[in-house]
Design a protein around this ligand. Structure first.
Ligand code: ADP
Ligand code: MG
Length: 290
């Protein structure tokens, strides 16, 4: 099953153009939507989840016309929104059971079995009697995945699920996500490059409502391989490099490490650097003019 987005545009009533003719083909497996805050990720995801309308364009999932058949898409969709509110004084098992009912799992023993399986899968079974208000950020997000998996969805959307998680929780969450995504379409958004790099078979970079690039992380990075150069410079020397295309700079034991994009060795003291998704991301965004 494939998700096909064609020429999708959306301008909010305040005049902000959140989506600018977005077209994407999203195959099964994990697909990463990478972009800075405000780039349109949540708008795109809410539109795919049939929670808001676009101004123009189309979305199909298999033979479902998403924008004109919201009931159909909701049956096959699991969605974890960026802001995910939970009832603090309800325990995990009770809420998941309730959500399973809403999802249409009517048979009580089937529902019980499903809830148990999902709590186990998300490593929350031992905490099933705890109030959700006592859950850590990582546990909440794992609960969010459990509810998104109700009803065997063919399409799962998770919007910035790792924001605010500590490194260990993020790791755990990554492992959980990587177990889901083989035969269904999973769309994951993040502004964290490593989330996309380590999880996604395919990805797109989105910026100011436009898709700037899409493909597999290896293939998109391949395009700039051999063109990234690294140099360690003094902290106050950055302005000496104005003539170069400096795509990133970061502190490095009191000095500054710069990455420069150039077809050939840009000058003395530079050394070749293996291109990374981070280099590509910064370069793509820096090159974008609108
Ligand atoms: P992201 O999820 O990548 O941070 P969003 O889709 O939330 O991006 O937002 C894209 C742009 O649209 C931003 O400039 C944001 O301020 C604006 N925006 C988002 N939601 C609304 C809304 N309901 N009304 C008006 N503007 C909005
Ligand atoms: Mg968002």
């Amino acid at each position: 099953m494939e998700l096909l987005i064609t020429d999708l545009s959306k301008t909010y009533s305040n005049g902000i153009k959140a989506l600018n003719s977005v077209s994407l083909t999203i195959p099964t497996g994990m697909f990463g939507l990478l972009g800075p805050n405000g780039s349109g990720k949540s708008t795109l995801m809410r539109t795919i989840a049939a929670l808001q309308d676009a101004d123009s364009g189309s979305i199909t999932f298999g033979d479902i016309d998403v924008l004109n058949n919201k009931e159909e898409i909701r049956k096959v969709l699991g969605y974890l929104p960026q802001e995910f509110g939970l009832y603090p004084k309800v325990n995990a098992e009770v809420l998941l059971n309730h959500l399973a009912q809403l999802k249409g799992i009517k048979n009580a023993s089937e529902r019980k079995e499903t809830v148990k399986m999902l709590l186990e899968q998300t490593n929350l079974y031992d905490s099933r009697k705890k109030y959700l208000g006592t859950f850590s950020g990582g546990m909440k997000q794992r609960f969010g995945i459990a509810q998104a998996l109700l009803g065997n969805p063919g399409l799962i959307i998770v919007d910035e699920p790792t924001a605010g998680l500590d490194p260990a929780e993020r790791n755990r969450f990554h492992n959980l996500l990587s177990e889901i995504g083989e035969n269904i379409v999973v769309i994951l958004s993040s502004h964290i490059i490593d989330d996309i790099q380590s999880l996604c078979k395919n990805m797109a970079i989105i910026h100011k409502g436009s898709v700037l690039m899409s493909g597999s992380p290896e293939n998109v990075v391949e395009q700039i391989n051999g063109k990234i150069w690294r140099k360690i410079i003094e902290k106050d020397a950055l302005s000496d490099y104005n003539e170069f295309k400096v795509i990133s700079h970061r502190l490095h034991s009191g000095k500054v490490e710069i990455h420069v994009y150039a077809d050939e060795l840009p000058g003395l003291g530079f050394e070749a650097e293996t291109a990374s998704l981070e280099d590509l991301y910064f370069l793509t965004i820096a090159n974008f003019q609108n």
